[in-house]
Design a binder for this molecule. Structure first.
Ligand SMILES: Nc1nc2c(ncn2[C@@H]2O[C@H](COP(=O)(O)OP(=O)(O)O)[C@@H](O)[C@H]2O)c(=O)[nH]1
Ligand SMILES: [Mg+2]
Length: 219
């Protein structure tokens, strides 16, 4: 049995953590987010799971104006910077052929997020990369999240993310959204890429081991 003193001490630590968490949440929705990140990609690639893993302090859901399409918005701090993360409806292309795609395109074009995380199913890369190229051509700062790496490995696929990153000139982060593997790295790369794009220093192939490998792409 715990002594009453020990119980009191644990309760006060619990109350302190709860108070700190509530203060953080309150502050996060009172303040205007400093940066905005949109999560895009085709349906069923793990966008919402990644959104949930990236956010957590404050999430809202609303219909996009004039439609019944739901948009989830959440907030998170990365390195002291308050980000708004937007989970967009599934899209295959920037040329819309469904209500969801129209809303996703409109949201991107009107809100012009600081960064777009293109979530792709690592097993179906070749079918999905055209959207990555459209996003890059439309002037968005893009990070490619190669999700479902667990399934890709199971079917024997090996993807050289460094070469892919160099070819596309966007950072590529392998992720397993179901386990959370790669999410910390994704947060780090999002923050680093937003900072680099603000100073016009887009890196080609952001690597863990070689941070000096950078160049400004031709525009
Ligand atoms: N095996 C595996 N399944 C995943 C992964 N990420 C998402 N899923 C599953 O894929 C399905 C679609 O995920 P969801 O986040 O709703 O995709 P969305 O339509 O892009 O928002 C769900 O059943 C997830 O559990 C992953 O990394 N590995
Ligand atoms: Mg979803």
């Amino acid at each position: 049995m715990d002594k009453p003193e020990e119980v009191r001490r644990r309760r006060s630590i619990g109350a302190y953590i709860a108070e700190w968490w509530n203060r953080l949440r309150r502050r996060s929705y009172e303040l205007e987010p400093q940066r905005q990140v949109a999560i895009v990609g085709s349906p069923n690639v793990g966008k919402s799971l990644i959104f949930n893993r990236l956010t957590g302090i404050y999430v809202t859901v609303s219909n996009y104006p004039g439609t019944t399409v739901e948009i989830f918005r959440g907030r998170t701090y990365i390195d002291g910077v308050l980000y708004e993360i937007v989970d967009t409806p599934g899209m295959y292309s920037l040329l819309p052929s469904s209500d969801e795609e129209r809303v996703a395109r409109k949201l991107l074009m009107e809100e012009r997020p600081d960064l777009v995380v293109h979530v792709v199913d690592a097993k179906n890369l070749e079918r999905i990369l055209p959207l990555t190229l459209q996003l890059i051509e439309s002037g968005f700062t893009v990070v490619l999240a190669l999700n479902m790496m667990d399934e890709a490995k199971k079917v024997g696929l090996r993807i050289n993310t460094e070469i892919l990153s160099e070819i596309l000139c966007v950072p590529v982060v392998p992720v397993v959204a179901t386990t959370g593997q790669g999410i910390a790295e994704l947060r780090r790369v999002i923050h680093e890429t937003v900072r680099a794009s603000n100073t016009n220093q887009i890196r080609c192939g952001v690597r863990k081991s070689d941070q000096s490998h950078s160049r400004t792409p031709a525009r």
